[in-house]
Design a protein around this ligand. Structure first.
Ligand SMILES: [Zn+2]
Length: 205
């Protein structure tokens, strides 16, 4: 039996959101025979997927992602010693191949997700170009954005998304060691939306 590592963040009213994004708001209605809830949340809440529509007005939405990209083998890299950002030299030594799904575990996972901080580890613009040239199929990072907070260099989003690379943000990799896993990350099927929370798990055989 495979071991399941849940790398998704919980969603509730305490969930930390990227500054400027809507906070999670849940109103539960108790009826006579059943209970249901009205939920308000941003499309980039907690563990979520970014699709081309997020940065390109005419880009496709979350319902159009290639499901083959979000299910399959992946590698988790231990980058917990990286300072500031993931750079080309950090990725070069990993022998990355075409079509790979790559997740980076940084010190963000060690710091946790209970409060927002500005100086999280992000993906450098040149490194995003490097990954695009390698033609990987998926990139995941353990904070709420791939891009530097307030950074002018938009390549971490644009280089990946325009080259068909699916982005996952807000992954909690604290329980995942470096290595190979089977990745499953399924966002909700919102029509033509710029992103969606997703339940993401790693299977270890
Ligand atoms: Zn996002």
């Amino acid at each position: 039996m495979e071991k399941i590592i849940d790398i998704s963040l919980p969603i509730d009213e305490k969930t930390v959101v990227y500054p400027g994004n809507p906070k999670v708001n849940i109103k539960t209605i108790y009826g006579k025979t059943s209970t249901y809830s009205e939920i308000k949340f941003g499309s980039h809440t907690a563990t979520h997927i970014d699709v081309p529509k997020h940065v390109f007005k005419k880009g496709f939405g979350v319902d159009k992602i290639d499901l083959k990209k979000v299910i399959g083998e992946c590698r988790v890299f231990d980058m917990t010693r990286v300072k500031e950002s993931i750079k080309v030299e950090d990725l070069e030594k990993e022998n990355i191949k075409k079509g790979e799904r790559i997740l980076v575990k940084t010190k963000n996972s060690l710091l946790g997700f209970k409060k927002f901080y500005d100086n999280y580890i992000y993906l450098d613009g040149d490194a995003a170009e490097f990954l695009a040239q390698k033609k990987i199929s998926l990139f995941g990072i353990d904070y709420f954005s791939v891009k530097k907070r307030g950074g002018k260099d938009t390549r971490p989003h644009t280089e990946l998304l325009k080259n068909g690379i699916v982005i996952f943000e807000g992954l909690d990799l604290s329980k995942a060691k470096a290595g190979k896993y089977f990745f499953i990350g399924l966002p909700l099927k919102f029509t033509n939306l710029d992103g969606s929370p997703a339940r993401v798990i790693l299977l270890k055989t």
